[in-house]
Design a protein around this ligand. Structure first.
Ligand code: HEM
Length: 492
């Protein structure tokens, strides 16, 4: 009987041989970067060390096979060129293909441009309003988590990962579709959809032996599950149908005056036909698809980064009091104190802490581009259609840029520097870089602050044994760390 490890070894050998043959064939006509086969244990177990060592040994650009694909990994010197020269290194082709969503490239409209416009025009254009709408959701979870503390003097362990996912689902449902969508059933469906699409896009593949060894079978199975079960069941039959009916009833005469509409309604208005005063069936389906994409882009990713910040803060509780001192709230009409966008902007130390968490959390392959033609780089030629990925750790922790303590976590490193957590550069790109840098990052950082400030208003934090566990070192961007978080009473 062949053991699992022998089978893995055979599969790796076969893929490396196949890639080598293809590689050699194309080398006859061009000058390809060196091909480096990194064993699975190193690639998935300690990817940062494996890639960094290979780059040091073979040069600034290497081809590395991973899960049946050949990826070109570049060091920090090529971050700006690869991530910002969209004419040659395409964001849309790279990201959609890497996420197993190539099918969207065949559509007559650009899915990515549309989703980008929705975020720019209807969410971040008025962050004051967006924050006002969602702030109560964050406050509600913080109060719920801390509620047992009023009767207990002892610290309590809290399981917050799934709660944070549901909170993000509720916040984005409220903002995108309206408060009337924030029922328990819709929130649970949205949280499930976000995780299901995350699975479809392969972000959990690294952790499963089957998906790593038989990536094509794994991807096909995930496609089937998500397209034919998760999306119809969790989205189309519930939220999707309700939103479809609302879109069917929308006309250009019923504008809601000065009152702000949910994102979907203000976005939908541009599709109203001037003659029929209605939105066509195709456009209604298009709007719903874009909204589904937006839910995926915003819910899961932000929930994961919130967990990173919570774990880092619970590990370093000495920062908490400073964050409280920085915080000011505004008084609502009913006399209650509330956080506004202005309060969040004022929280400079927390902003610095968030930037430092995002810089040092160990992103490896976080942003990807695909060459649209044979492309010269560093004396080599990268063939058309290749994935090109900068190794983020080398840039985010570059000693030439940050100095000797580049690898050290310094929570207040950014205070007074004029570099907020949202400001990207070739040495800090957790939100990407260039034309396609994450358009929702202003909202994302505001949401992280909303949760942290709401939580520390009610409790202190600590982490069991002062340590958390990195679950997937090759994908820290989309897989949350695990740690046992404790809440402590404020005055004990
Ligand atoms: C902490 C949370 C988030 C992180 C770490 C994150 C990170 C990223 C990254 C790395 C990219 C690719 C950029 C590139 O390749 O250059 C991206 C793209 C994108 N993100 Fe985010 N994101 C977050 C939250 C959000 C939120 C809340 C929204 C929506 C409100 C959003 C909407 C998008 C969209 C639509 C894109 C596609 C690119 C574009 O339209 O320009 N993201 N994000």
């Amino acid at each position: 009987m062949i053991s699992a490890s022998s089978l893995t070894a055979i599969c790796i050998l076969a893929s490396v041989l196949a890639i080598r043959v293809l590689h050699r064939r194309s080398s006859q006509s061009s000058n390809l970067p060196p091909l480096v086969a990194i064993p699975d244990e190193q690639l998935f177990g300690n990817p940062r060390h494996a890639y960094e060592t290979a780059l040091k040994q073979y040069g600034k650009i290497i081809g590395v096979p991973r899960k049946n694909r050949l990826e070109y990994i570049v060091d920090q010197t090529f971050v700006a060129e690869v991530l910002t020269n969209d004419k040659v290194y395409s964001f849309e082709h790279g990201t959609l293909s890497m996420l197993n969503l190539h099918i969207l490239l065949a559509l007559p409209r650009s899915f990515m441009h549309e989703i980008d416009r929705v975020v720019q025009d209807h969410i971040v254009s008025d962050l004051d309003d967006s924050v006002d709408r969602i702030a109560p959701v964050f406050d509600k979870l913080a109060k719920k988590l801390a509620a047992p503390l009023s009767s207990e003097c002892q610290p309590i362990a809290v399981e917050i990962d799934s709660e944070v996912h549901r909170m993000m689902a509720e916040a984005m449902l409220t903002l995108i579709l309206g408060g009337h969508y924030a029922s328990a059933a819709h929130i649970a469906s949205t949280a499930r959809i976000a995780v299901a699409i995350a699975t479809l896009t392969g972000i959990f593949e690294n952790m499963s032996w089957w998906s790593r060894t038989f990536p094509t079978v794994g991807r096909t199975w995930n496609w089937f599950k998500v397209m034919f079960i998760a999306i119809p069941y969790h989205f189309v039959l519930g939220i999707g149908w309700q939103a479809f009916s609302e879109l069917s009833a929308i006309t250009d005469v019923e504008r809601s005056g000065t009152r702000k509409e949910p994102v979907i309604m203000s976005f939908a208005r541009k599709f109203i036909d001037k003659k029929t005063h209605r939105i066509s069936l195709i456009d209604r389906i298009w709007i719903l698809s874009v909204i589904l994409g937006l839910i995926f882009a915003s819910v899961h990713q932000t929930a994961v980064v919130i967990m990173w910040v919570v774990c880092e803060l619970a590990k370093r509780p000495e920062y908490i009091q400073e964050f409280r001192t920085d915080t000011f709230t505004e008084t609502s009409e009913d006399g209650a104190q509330r956080l506004t966008y202005a309060s969040l902007q004022n929280a400079e130390r927390l902003d610095s802490f968030i930037r430092e968490v995002m810089r040092t959390k160990g992103d490896t392959l976080s942003t990807v581009r695909q060459t649209v033609s044979d492309t010269a780089l560093a004396g080599y030629v990268i063939p058309k259609g290749s994935f090109v990925i900068p190794l983020a750790t080398l840039a985010n922790e570059d000693e030439n840029h940050y100095g000797e303590n580049a690898k050290v976590f310094v929570g207040d490193r950014w205070v007074g520097t004029g570099k907020p957590a949202t400001m990207v550069s070739p040495n800090y790109f957790p939100f990407g870089l260039g034309r396609w840098a994450c358009p929702g990052r202003g909202l994302a950082v505001a949401e992280i602050k909303l949760f942290i400030l709401s939580l520390i208003a009610h409790a202190n934090l600590s982490l069991e044994n002062g340590e958390y566990r990195v679950v997937d070192p090759l994908n820290v961007t989309s897989v949350a760390p695990k740690g046992r978080i404790f809440l402590h009473p404020l005055f004990s």
